[in-house]
Design a protein around this ligand. Structure first.
Ligand SMILES: Nc1nc2c(ncn2[C@@H]2O[C@H](COP(=O)(O)OP(=O)(O)OP(=O)(O)O)[C@@H](O)[C@H]2O)c(=O)[nH]1
Ligand SMILES: [Mg+2]
Length: 424
């Protein structure tokens, strides 16, 4: 179910700068809206913006701007007006009536792109769920529109009955999709429990920052890489091979954006679950964006929304190959002394990143050398499963094993050795 159906639908994008919005903020937001529109398949022919002290409650933009927009839409044969800010259902339908063209807002557009890019059964269900939740309060607007076309339908007439029927049908569909997602979620939990207890790092970041490129560079995976917003909607998990059995898992997932519809955040919870379960996060940043700090903030606020607040994070400044000023890195280092500077596509800085990942994943590990009877296969297996074996020498029916593990694991292992050595 996508809104922008025609591959080359002519569109105008509309943005408003309120008192506390700077010109640069508006411009970068409009540039992003343009990218989103193109990704959705629209042909952006006009950009309109307006400075406003406060929004016009009935049409969002001012009366004069609405007239200007209507004129432009006729002249340029525009079929779609895309607003940067969220419109209330009433505002959208009022606007549609006056300018005589379809109206959607940034959130509707993002939902549309998600629908276009969803491949797996899970992401398709998640997107449809988010769309239905988004649509439910907006149904009235569409009916008002139809009533206008058909003229005679009264407020309590067949239109209204139809509206109630539609609403009920949507609610039933929503609860069915929620049940389907629960089922997929529990299958995922079974899969995860079956996975060895390796440490896991999760790639997160603004859309198009280079997360999938980095996953590929670090693990040899072949995740889809595109100069497009929201190329990735599903989670991919791959293993990074370190030496000495200290492999960790790395997951790539859907990117974030400013004003990510909360319906999407809610229904993509299970996709975000790899990040929620991760031991550490790699926050990938497109350093070539002038407003990369704004994008970092948007990512942080989505993390809060999905309740990730206390995980170790490595800030990975990507695309350093296209940063022209040589002083940029030094300036960044001042503000982000622990940042790592890389180019995922040119594969530079990756060793430094791997060192940091290892430090954060295993930093709290302690090293221990123990002598264990070869007959204690279970204890040996648990060392291999939950620690990192550095050395192993077998002699006289015993194994002298040097390993690193968390203090809790070491104490559990020492206890089980004590118990094994106790005479029955
Ligand atoms: N110049 C340069 N381009 C890069 C680098 N890393 C990624 N890119 C490009 O940035 C674009 C986005 O890369 P992806 O890896 O798809 O980004 P993503 O974060 O996975 O994006 P989504 O899945 O859409 O959220 C692609 O065109 C990549 O080729 C880099 O280090 N330097
Ligand atoms: Mg991706």
């Amino acid at each position: 179910m996508t809104i922008v159906k025609n591959m080359k639908e002519n569109a105008v994008i509309v943005g408003v700068a309120l008192k506390d919005t700077s010109r640069e903020e508006l411009n970068s937001s409009m540039e992003e809206l343009k990218q989103l529109s193109i990704t959705a398949g629209a042909n952006v022919v006009e950009v309109i913006s307006q400075n406003l002290a406060s929004i016009n409650p009935s049409t969002y933009i001012g009366k004069g701007k609405v007239e200007e927009l209507a004129k432009l839409i006729k002249e340029k044969e525009i079929q779609l007006a895309i607003f940067d800010d969220e419109l209330s259902p009433a505002q959208a339908s009022k606007l549609e009536k006056i300018i005589e063209c379809a109206v959607i807002d940034r959130k509707g557009l993002i939902l549309d792109i998600f629908a276009l890019h969803a491949r797996s059964r899970e992401s398709k269900i998640q997107v449809e769920l988010a769309q239905l939740k988004y649509m439910l309060p907006r149904l009235r607007g569409q009916w008002t529109h139809l009533e206008r076309q058909e003229g005679a339908i009264g407020t309590r007439g067949p239109g209204e009955t139809q509206l109630e029927t539609d609403r009920r049908a949507i609610r039933i569909k929503i609860s069915k999709l929620e049940k389907d997602l629960d089922k997929i979620d529990s299958q995922r939990n079974v899969r995860r429990a079956g996975r060895s207890r390796l440490k896991m790092a999760s790639l997160i970041g603004y859309t198009n920052a280079g997360k999938s490129t980095l996953l590929n560079a670090l693990t040899g995976a072949d995740a889809l890489v595109e100069d497009q917003l929201f190329a990735t909607l599903d989670t991919t998990v791959r293993r990074i091979d370190f030496d000495n059995g200290s492999d960790i898992l790395l997951s790539d997932t859907v990117g974030f954006i400013k004003k990510l519809p909360h319906e999407l955040v809610a229904s993509f919870r299970s996709t975000f679950s790899e990040a929620i379960e991760a031991d550490l996060l790699l926050h990938v940043i497109d350093t070539s964006q002038p407003n990369f700090e704004e994008q970092m903030e948007a990512v942080t606020s989505v993390l809060h929304e999905i309740k990730i607040t206390d995980k170790p994070i490595i800030y990975v400044f990507n695309k350093m190959d296209i940063i022209d000023s040589a002083g940029r890195k030094e300036a960044l280092l001042k503000n982000y002394p622990d940042g790592v500077f890389i180019s995922a596509s040119k594969k530079t800085g990756l060793n430094e990143l791997l060192i940091q990942i290892r430090k954060l994943a295993f930093g709290s590990y302690i090293r221990k050398t123990l002598s264990i009877p070869l007959s204690e296969g279970k204890i040996l297996a648990s060392i291999y499963n939950s620690g990192r074996v550095l050395n192993r020498i077998e002699a006289n029916g015993k194994v002298e094993i040097t390993f690193e593990a968390s203090p809790e694991i070491v104490s559990i292992i020492m206890k089980s050795i004590d118990n094994a050595e106790k005479p029955n």
